[in-house]
Ligand binder design. Structure first.
Ligand code: ADP
Length: 464
């Protein structure tokens, strides 16, 4: 298997080389084509000039002699073409021998390596007063005759094209190295991190920065994934230890007491049996709560959705706690915004459970003389409920985890009774209602839970 860097590099270099060679080839073809056309043009002009010259001679002499236009021979030798003058009956007046220019022509042609060897001749009519008076035959060893200068010019163009191709390929190789590195480095780093994560090394991170949006997102995502996996791993470990702790405590109490009773250290009386029964009930409650949670997680729960007035629901729940407030000497405030319609769609029993859990926690974690307060108001299209207390608060490091299964605050709080499931159930119920919950808390100062429900807009009462 190839690395992404090597593959990218090869692709970029391959594409660039093909493009550059193709371009070079096309440029060469065009330049040669244009140059040849230009040369053919020059050659035609030369032929016309030669015909004109012979016509002029005939005009002057009115006949052909062995010397007619012979001075052209010198130019013909120098320029590698052959001239033959024919009279009206196509008899040779005078002519050059093609073999005389063969040597020099071949030398030139070898240099340009095209149409080697074939002698081509073309006959042109010489006219006087509209009548044909003779013919001049122009012959040469190549369709286009090139001078040394022409050949040099052509070769220098070809050389420039080859040099440009080589420079372009070198630049393409350098660019491909840079670009492939830019792409491959973050991907390589993310791939290494993911391998480490899959091996359970949740502390590994990818530190490479990329200015390519998608690659930067990828790096950030893998780091967030690693962080989440680490948190989940810690929670899982804590969950196992918490469950065993929760189960072990009542079991130990039961076992110790039963053994003491068997050994007749403790008397078997109603009071002790009641105490043991309470432990069994607590144990049962824990299992019940776990069962409720399981139902939520399986999403088997059937919600009985209907229109609910949240103000009435909160009032009825808080009434149930009036004895608890009194017995613990906690002041309870209920502030409901006046004249508003707190209608939402939800399952009444489940939403009651939400406020029962929140109020029970507020009472549980607030000492005598403290205050618990519920505020209910409307903001834009949300019905907002706040459950506040000035109790013991939640430590900053516990805050992100309080909605997790069986999570309970630091050890001292374990002294209070609880299962660590209350808030998990609250969160699940709210999620099923498309509602959100926020928590703000300061250690030793107090806690505030804010719940955001969607208003039921279908049946708005014109009270606003
Ligand atoms: P528990 O059965 O322990 O109350 P919860 O899921 O209801 O379980 O709460 C989880 C943890 O969140 C609690 O153990 C406690 O540490 C913290 N907590 C919840 N509500 C409050 C509150 N009102 N004041 C202080 N801490 C709270």
């Amino acid at each position: 298997m190839q690395s992404i860097r090597k593959r990218l590099g090869i692709i970029i270099i391959f594409c660039s080389v093909v493009a550059v060679i193709l371009l070079g080839f096309l440029v060469n073809l065009t330049v040669n084509g244009t140059f040849n056309k230009y040369m053919v043009n020059i050659q035609n002009q030369r032929n016309n000039r030669i015909v004109d010259y012979f016509q002029q001679i005939y005009k002057n002499d009115k006949k052909w002699t062995i010397n007619s236009g012979k001075e052209m021979m010198h130019e013909a030798y120098m320029s590698n073409y052959c001239l033959t003058l024919l009279d009206i009956n196509k008899n040779i007046v005078w002519g050059m021998n093609p073999n005389d220019i063969r040597e020099t022509s071949h030398m030139m042609m070898q240099k340009i390596d095209s149409n080697r060897g074939a002698y081509i001749s073309k006959s042109f009519q010489i006219k006087y007063k509209g009548k044909i008076v003779g013919y001049v035959v122009i012959g040469q060893y190549s369709p286009i005759i090139l001078t040394q200068q022409d050949i040099n010019f052509k070769m220098s163009i070809n050389r420039s094209i080859i040099i440009s191709i080589m420079i372009a390929i070198t630049i393409a190789v350098i660019i491909s190295i840079i670009i492939s590195k830019q792409f491959s480095e973050p991907i390589k780093s993310v791939s290494n991190t993911s391998v480490k994560l899959s091996n359970g090394n949740y502390d590994s991170k990818s530190n490479i920065k990329s200015n390519i949006k998608e690659l930067d997102n990828l790096t950030r995502s893998i780091n967030i994934l690693g962080k989440k996996l680490k948190e989940q791993d810690q929670l899982r470990k804590r969950l196992v230890s918490d469950i065993s702790h929760e189960i072990r405590t009542p079991l130990n109490i039961l076992q110790n007491n039963l053994e003491a009773m068997i050994d007749e250290i403790f008397p078997v009386n109603k009071e002790r049996l009641n105490y043991l029964n309470e432990e069994v009930i607590r144990f049962g409650k824990l299992l019940n709560n776990l069962n409720v949670l399981k139902q939520f997680e399986d999403e088997k729960l059937n919600l009985n959705m209907k229109t609910i007035f949240l103000d009435k629901l909160i009032l009825s729940v808080s009434n149930k706690f009036s004895i608890d407030f009194k017995s613990k000497n906690i002041k309870f405030d209920l502030n409901i915004e006046k004249g508003k319609n707190f209608q939402i769609i939800g399952d009444e029993d489940k939403l009651k459970q939400v406020f029962i859990n929140l109020l029970a926690n507020a009472i549980k974690f607030t000492g005598p003389g403290g205050t618990v307060c519920i505020e209910l108001y409307i903001n834009k299209n949300k019905v907002i409920a706040k459950v506040k207390d000035n109790g013991i608060g939640i430590k900053k490091e516990d805050l992100p985890y309080i909605f997790e299964r069986l999570y309970r605050g630091d050890k001292s709080r374990r002294e209070t009774e609880g299962s660590g499931l209350g808030l998990t159930i609250v969160k699940k119920i709210l999620t099923l209602h498309s509602a959100a919950i926020d928590v703000e808390s300061t250690d030793s100062i107090g806690t505030s839970f804010t719940l955001y429900f969607n208003r039921n807009r279908n049946r708005r009462i014109s009270d606003e």
